[in-house]
Design a protein around this ligand. Structure first.
Ligand SMILES: C[S@@+](CC[C@H](N)C(=O)[O-])C[C@H]1O[C@@H](n2cnc3c(N)ncnc32)[C@H](O)[C@@H]1O
Length: 252
């Protein structure tokens, strides 16, 4: 675990939280990506105990509550996000923890039917510990579904609509951005290969059920392509998945 990096990211997430209210939340798995309504990766959540890692503004938990989830739990590094989640989930009796996902804050073990994480897992400074903890929270037979930037996507640059590859996928270091959402909010994000996300799941004891390199969601499926050089654009997403989605299970 990298304490300084967590402190910096926490401060910055508190600053930018307002940009993310209701963003990157179920049924969305990520920018331009097929949604849960299209992919149907979740098992039935009726009366089930669910935990959202990096729960942000609480909208994914609210979606799962609308699907009948019995218990709602969430963890997030940012107190600003947790405050928003409390408002989003008002009246729903959710158990929310403001803590890094890398730290055991007393979340019950062998307890959850479903653990999910939408665009948050890649922030962890310690992937093996995070996966091991998630595994420990889950009931045997439970499922873990998460989405994150496709690990190759950050290397895909667009110049006047022409896509090129820049940088080194081989380097599993950390990238620091001085600004986040246009604010003076430095963040550091570890770079990991797709194989690292998968192999560490296997080492933690999970069985991989599905890896989705999603098509563009039907909601964006028009010819009207936005040829822009933005980090996320329909033009890029139609040629390369913005997002990877992995479904894994804790075996019986
Ligand atoms: C893109 S947002 C996820 C949004 C969320 N899925 C929702 O429904 O609102 C990423 C979240 O990860 C949280 N985060 C970043 N690093 C974290 C860490 N080490 N442990 C726990 N949460 C973290 C951020 O505070 C942020 O709320």
């Amino acid at each position: 675990m990298r304490i300084e990096m967590l402190e910096q990211n926490k401060k910055s997430w508190n600053k930018v939280a307002h940009h993310f209210n209701g963003k990157d939340a179920l049924p969305s798995y990520g920018p331009y990506t097929q949604t849960e309504e299209e992919l149907r990766l979740f098992d039935d959540v009726e009366d089930k105990k669910v935990l959202d890692i990096g729960c942000g503004s609480g909208h994914s938990l609210r979606y799962l509550a609308e699907k009948g989830a019995g218990e709602l739990w969430g963890v997030d590094l940012s107190s600003a996000q947790i405050d928003t989640a409390k408002r989003t989930l008002e009246g729903l009796n959710a158990n929310l923890h403001c803590a890094p996902m890398e730290v055991d804050v007393g979340i019950p073990k062998d307890y959850f039917d479903v653990v999910c994480s939408i665009y948050a897992i890649g922030w962890t400074t310690d992937l093996p510990t995070t996966y091991n903890m998630i595994h420990s929270y889950m009931k045997p037979g439970g499922s873990f579904i998460f989405s994150w930037d496709h690990p190759l996507y950050p290397f895909l640059k667009s110049e006047n609509g022409t896509l090129t590859f820049a940088g080194s996928y081989q380097d599993e270091g950390t990238t620091t951005y001085r600004h986040f959402k246009g604010e003076d909010a430095p963040v550091s994000i570890p770079n990991r290969k797709l194989a690292t996300y998968v192999n560490e799941l296997i080492k933690a004891g999970f069985v991989i059920e599905s890896i989705v390199e999603s098509d563009v969601s039907a909601a964006f499926d028009s010819d009207d392509e936005d040829v822009s050089d933005r980090y996320y654009s329909l033009h890029k997403a139609k040629r390369f998945p913005t997002t990877m989605i992995i479904k894994a299970r804790k075996p019986f």
